[in-house]
Design a protein around this ligand. Structure first.
Ligand code: HEC
Length: 273
C-alpha cells in the first residue's frame, strides 16, 4: 500500500467513526415505542445466557438442590463478624471493595463486574449466598471471575464472611479500610436509581408513568425482601415481597405485575447496576 492509499483508508475510517458518533445521540434521543433490547435478548434459560448481563443472570439463577433451603448455622455475633472481617479484607475486598459495593481495585477489568454484595446480601437468602460463595461464578449462567471458595474456606468461615458482608451493608459494622472502595450509602443508592430510571425513559425501555410507579414502590418492595426467614435468590425474594404486599392490601395485583415487568425490562436492558 502506498502512502496515498493508506492515507485515504485512514480518512475513510475517520469518516466512518464520525458517522457512528453522530448517529448515536439522535437514535437515543427519540424514545422508541418498544424496547429493542428486551424482546430479543435470550429469554430461555440454559446455554446462551453467557451473553446476558451479569445482574440479569444473577437475578434469575436457580439455586441447586444441594444448597436450596440452607440456613446459616453461625450466629452473626461479634466473634463471627471479627473473623468475617479478616477473611473479607484478605480475600474479597480486592474485587468487591472494602465497603462491599463492587468497586475494589481489581474490579475495573471484570465483566461481569463484581456485585455490590453489601447491598444485594440484604435481600438475598442464606442459601443463595452460601451457594455463590462456595461455587463461585465459573459456570452458567454467571461466567464470571467470582472465585469458588469451598476449597479455601471451610463452611463456618464462609458463613462468617457472609455475616460480615450483611453487617457492612446494614450499617451494623463499619467496613475496614484497606483496599479502597465506597461504603454502602442509601443516598448514593437513591441517586443511582434516579439516574437509571431517567436513562430507562430516555432510551424508551420504560415510560414516564412506569418510572414513577417503580420509584414509588421500590423501597417498599425492597424492605419486604429483608426478612428473618431468608432463603431464595433475588427473583424469588422479590416475588415473595410483592405477593406479601398484595396479600396485606398495600398494593394491587396490577401494581405488583407492573413492577415485576418494569424491573425485568430494566435488567434486560442492562440499566440496573
Ligand atoms: C476476582 C474477583 C472476586 C473475588 C476475589 C471475589 N469475588 Fe465475589 N463476585 C465477583 C464477581 C465478578 C461477581 C459478580 C458475578 C457473579 O455473580 O458471579 C461476584 C459475585 C458475588 C456474590 C453474588 C452476589 C449477588 O448479588 O448475586 C457473592 C455473594 C460474592 N461474590 C461474595 C464474595 C465473597 C464473600 C468473596 C471473598 C470470600 C468474594 N466474593 C471474592 C468477583 C469476585
Amino acid at each position: 500500500m502506498n502512502k496515498k492509499t493508506s492515507l485515504l483508508a485512514l480518512l475513510g475510517v475517520i469518516l466512518l467513526l464520525a458517522a457512528c458518533g453522530t448517529a448515536e445521540p439522535s437514535d437515543t434521543a427519540e424514545p422508541a415505542a418498544e424496547s429493542t433490547t428486551s424482546q430479543d435478548s435470550g429469554s430461555g434459560m440454559g446455554m446462551g445466557m453467557g451473553n446476558m448481563g451479569g445482574m440479569m443472570a444473577r437475578h434469575h439463577a436457580q439455586i441447586p438442590a444441594d444448597y436450596a433451603g440452607m440456613r446459616s448455622p453461625v450466629e452473626a455475633d461479634e466473634a463471627s463478624l471479627a473473623r468475617g472481617a479478616e477473611i473479607y479484607t484478605a480475600q474479597c475486598a480486592t474485587c468487591h471493595g472494602d465497603g462491599g459495593m463492587g468497586d475494589g481495585p481489581a474490579a475495573a477489568g471484570l465483566d461481569p463486574a463484581p456485585a455490590a454484595i453489601a447491598h444485594t446480601s440484604q435481600m438475598l437468602g442464606d442459601d443463595y449466598l452460601f451457594w455463590r460463595v462456595s461455587e463461585g461464578g465459573g459456570m452458567e449462567p454467571f461466567n464470571s471471575a467470582m472465585v469458588s471458595w469451598k476449597a479455601v474456606l471451610d463452611e463456618d468461615a464462609r458463613w462468617d464472611v457472609i455475616n460480615y458482608v450483611r453487617a457492612i451493608g446494614s450499617g451494623q459494622v463499619m467496613p475496614m479500610e484497606q483496599m479502597g472502595g465506597a461504603a454502602y450509602s442509601p443516598g448514593s443508592q437513591a441517586a443511582q436509581q434516579e439516574e437509571m430510571l431517567t436513562l430507562g425513559v430516555e432510551t424508551g425501555v420504560i415510560s414516564e408513568e412506569e418510572a414513577a410507579l417503580f420509584a414509588e414502590l421500590h423501597d417498599t418492595v425492597e424492605s419486604g425482601m429483608h426478612s428473618d426467614s431468608m432463603s431464595g435468590g433475588m427473583d424469588d425474594r422479590m416475588q415473595d415481597s410483592l405477593s406479601q404486599l398484595v396479600a396485606d392490601g398495600s398494593i394491587s395485583q396490577e401494581q405488583a405485575d407492573a413492577f415485576s415487568d418494569i424491573h425485568d425490562r430494566l435488567l434486560e436492558a442492562e440499566l440496573m447496576k
